[in-house]
Design a protein around this ligand. Structure first.
Ligand code: GCO
Ligand code: MN
Ligand code: MN
Length: 393
C-alpha cells in the first residue's frame, strides 16, 4: 500500500480560495489577460480536482457580473450550486467588489458623494444576501478605494466618520435580517489608492470599539499587506488574536517595498510564514485560512492547480516544522530559561496592583547591572529554528 502523504491537505484544515484568486487571468497594469476566463462553476471543479479544499469565497461580481441579466444570474447560480454539491466545497466567506467600477474611483464608504456612499451600502446589502444564499458566515470588508492621492481632496476625520456610519448601518442590517454575519476588516497601506485609510490591522483594532456593534466585528489581516510596508505581519496578527478579533486570515507572500505581488504562500518569506503558522497553531486559531494570492503570470491552468496545491502543502509542511520546534527539547529548554524570574516577590507584586504591592516593588532589590548580565542565547535559538526549517535538525 502506498504511504500516506503527511502533507496532504484535507477539508478539516479549513483552506479556502477565492473565485478571484484561482480565476485570476494574469493581467497586470502593463499587460492584459494571459489565461482564458473560467466560469465560477468551472473554478469550483478546478478546486475539486486539486483536492483537500474546504471552501471557495467570492465578491458579488466574481459570481454575478455587475451587468448580468436576471436570466444570466439565475443560470450562473444554478451551475455554481451544482458544482458546490458535486465537489462538497463550501462558501464560508463573501465580500463586495467596491473597487472595480468607475463609480468607486474616489471610494465607496468614504466617497465625498453621499449618493455614492448610499450606492456602496446598497450594493453591499445585496451582496450580503447573495453570500447568505450560499451559506457564507463571514463577511469581509476590504476598502481598496477608501483613501486619497492628495489630502486636499478629503477630510480624513470626516472620512472615518462616513466609514463608521456605513458599517453601523450594515451591522444593523445583518442583525435585523437575522443574517448572523461576522464582519472582518482587511487593512492595506496602498494600492490601488496612493494611500488607503486604515493602513494596518492595528488601525482597525482601534476603530472597531468605536462601532455600535463591536462584538460582531473583527479583522482579516493579509500577509502581503503589512509586509508591503515593511512591517512585521506576525505581530499584527498576534495583537488581533490576543484581542479575540482574528475572524479570518488571508495568506500569501510578498517582497517588502514592492508592488502588490500576491505570491503563493511561503514562496518568499518562509521563515516569517513559519512564525505565523506557529502563532496560529499555538493559539489554536480555528477559522478559515484563505489563500489570497494568484499564480505567476506565466502559469496555465495546470500550473494554477500546482499553485493551489503548493499553497496548502507549504502550510502543512510548516505545520510539521512547528510541531518539531515545539517538541525540540533543546529549544524548549532555552525558551524556559529565558522566561525567568516569575516566582520572585517583585514579579508577583507586578501581577495585580495593590498599595502594599507597590510599596514592596519600590523597596525591591533589583540590580540593573546584574540583570543586564543574564544570558540571552538568541543566536543559538534562531540558528536551531533555521536548522529545523532547513530540514537538518
Ligand atoms: C487586495 C485584497 C483583496 C481582498 C479581497 C477580499 O490586495 O486586492 O487583498 O484581494 O482580500 O477584495 O475583500
Ligand atoms: Mn491583497
Ligand atoms: Mn486580501
Amino acid at each position: 500500500m502506498a504511504k500516506r502523504d503527511p502533507f496532504a491537505p484535507s477539508p478539516a484544515d479549513h483552506f479556502t480560495f477565492g473565485l478571484w484568486t484561482v480565476g485570476n487571468p494574469g493581467a497586470d497594469p502593463f499587460g492584459g489577460p494571459v489565461r482564458g476566463k473560467h466560469s465560477p462553476a468551472e473554478l469550483v471543479h478546478l478546486l475539486g480536482e486539486v483536492g483537500g479544499v474546504y471552501g471557495v469565497n467570492f465578491h458579488d461580481n466574481d459570481l454575478i457580473p455587475i451587468d448580468a441579466t436576471p436570466a444570466e444570474e439565475a443560470q450562473i447560480k444554478k451551475d455554481f450550486k451544482k458544482a458546490l454539491r458535486a465537489t462538497g466545497i463550501k462558501v464560508p466567506m463573501a465580500t463586495t467588489n467596491l473597487f472595480s467600477d468607475p463609480v468607486f474611483k474616489d471610494g465607496a464608504f468614504t466617497s465625498n458623494d453621499a449618493e455614492v456612499r448610499a450606492y456602496a451600502v446598497q450594493k453591499t446589502m445585496n451582496a450580503m444576501k447573495l453570500g447568505k444564499e450560499f451559506g457564507a458566515k463571514t463577511y469581509v470588508f476590504w476598502g481598496g478605494r477608501e483613501g486619497t492621492e492628495s489630502d486636499a481632496t478629503k477630510d480624513p476625520v470626516v472620512a472615518t466618520q462616513r466609514f463608521r456610519e456605513c458599517i453601523n448601518f450594515l451591522c444593523k442590517y445583518s442583525i435585523s435580517e437575522k443574517m448572523g454575519y461576522k464582519f472582518a476588516f482587511e487593512a492595506k497601506p496602498n494600492e490601488p489608492r496612493g494611500h488607503i485609510y486604515m493602513a494596518t490591522t492595528g488601525n482597525y483594532l482601534g476603530f472597531i470599539p468605536t462601532l455600535d456593534h463591536p462584538e460582531m466585528c473583527g479583522v482579516n489581516p493579509e500577509f502581503a499587506h503589512e509586509t508591503m510596508a515593511g512591517l512585521n505581519f506576525v505581530h499584527h496578527v498576534a495583537q488581533a488574536l490576543e484581542a479575540g478579533k482574528l475572524f479570518h486570515i488571508d495568506l500569501n507572500d510578498q517582497e517588502p517595498g514592492r508592488y502588490d505581488q500576491d505570491f503563493r504562500f511561503g514562496s518568499v518569506n518562509y521563515k516569517a510564514n513559519f512564525f505565523l503558522a506557529k502563532l496560529l497553531i499555538d493559539y489554536k486559531y480555528k477559522g478559515m485560512k484563505h489563500f489570497d494570492s494568484h499564480a505567476y503570470r506565466q502559469a496555465d491552468y495546470s500550473e494554477v492547480k500546482a499553485f493551489a496545491a503548493g499553497s496548502m502543502r507549504t502550510w502543512k509542511i510548516l505545520e510539521s516544522k512547528v510541531e518539531k520546534f515545539n517538541k525540540d527539547r533543546k529549544i524548549q529548554g532555552l525558551i524556559k530559561k529565558i522566561n525567568r524570574g516569575g516566582n520572585t516577590a517583585p514579579a508577583k507584586a507586578l501581577r495585580k496592583f495593590s498599595k502594599a504591592g507597590a510599596k514592596a516593588l519600590l523597596a525591591a532589590d533589583l540590580d540593573r547591572t546584574k540583570l543586564a548580565k543574564r544570558p540571552l542565547p538568541y543566536e543559538t535559538l534562531d540558528q536551531l529554528t533555521l536548522e529545523i526549517l532547513m530540514g537538518v535538525r
